[in-house]
Design a protein around this ligand. Structure first.
Ligand code: PGA
Length: 249
């Protein structure tokens, strides 16, 4: 199980340090659940210093696919690694929607993250009109196969997939546990056909309005192996309540 907080474009540096400090002060590590926080790029190093040695992982929210060069405003995998990142969220629906990210672009980033020792958290998920048109599986299949093309994996912990139905992100509407399990089982079958037996052990997170009140039920589903938490990760108590729910799921 992995519970990762996606802080999105929130928190100045002092605010981020305060939130990380509060999370750390109430966090007790367990063997069954890993926790991670994903602040903005400018706060990675300061938050990393707070959580260093605690067992809480550090993740970025995006990166560029190239090693280095003339890409004004961008950040490379090696840069993220050098400030202590363990994870990088790739292909989040907000990046697809507002910044034109494509499956091929996400695929380049996944390759680059893996070759730099960063664990990508690859986000997939359909929009409401796609679900209503009964195209959810087709969309998720294209995104998953596109993002993971050419990937070979020997260690399942070096990749994480997050199913985030776009209609559930930041809306307060979550997928039902049955809807989540159904899609997670479908993603599991895709991972096995793409990666072989290692695909059976890759964590598939659910994201989209996961909160302390609905986490236990979602996390108890067989193929729901954790959560990618937006809004609720900005409150230490709520984030840690979800981490605790994962321990008992
Ligand atoms: P939310 O965001 O928990 O606020 O719905 C989840 C995400 O976008 O990762």
């Amino acid at each position: 199980m992995l519970i990762a907080g996606n802080w999105k474009m929130n928190m100045t540096r002092p605010e981020a340090v305060r939130l990380a400090t509060e999370v750390l002060s109430k966090y007790s590590p367990t063997d069954s659940v890993r926790a991670a926080v994903c602040p903005t790029a400018v706060c990675l190093e300061s938050v990393g210093a707070v959580i260093s040695g605690s067992g809480i992982g550090l993740g970025a929210q995006n990166m560029h696919a190239a090693d280095s060069g003339a890409y004004t405003g961008e950040v490379s995998a090696a840069m993220l690694k050098s400030v202590g990142c363990d994870y990088v969220i790739l292909g989040h629906s907000e990046r697809r929607q507002y910044f034109g990210e494509t499956d091929a672009g996400v695929n380049g980033k996944v390759h680059q993250a893996l070759s730099n020792g960063l664990t990508p958290i690859v986000c997939v998920g359909e929009q409401l009109h796609e679900r209503e048109a009964k195209r959810a599986e087709e969309v998720v299949r294209n995104q998953t196969e596109g993002a993971l093309a050419g990937i070979g994996l020997s260690d399942p912990t070096t990749l994480v997939v997050a199913y985030e139905p776009v209609w559930a992100i930041g809306t307060g509407v979550t997928a039902t546990p049955e809807q989540a399990q159904e899609m997670h089982a479908f993603i599991r079958s895709l991972l096995v056909s793409l990666l072989g037996s290692v695909g059976t052990s890759v964590d598939i997170l659910y994201g989209g309005s996961m909160k302390p009140g609905n986490a236990a039920e979602l996390l108890s589903q067989e193929d729901v192996n954790g959560g990618l938490i937006g809004g609720a990760s900005l409150k230490a108590d709520q984030f840690l309540a979800i981490v605790e729910a994962a321990q008992f799921a």
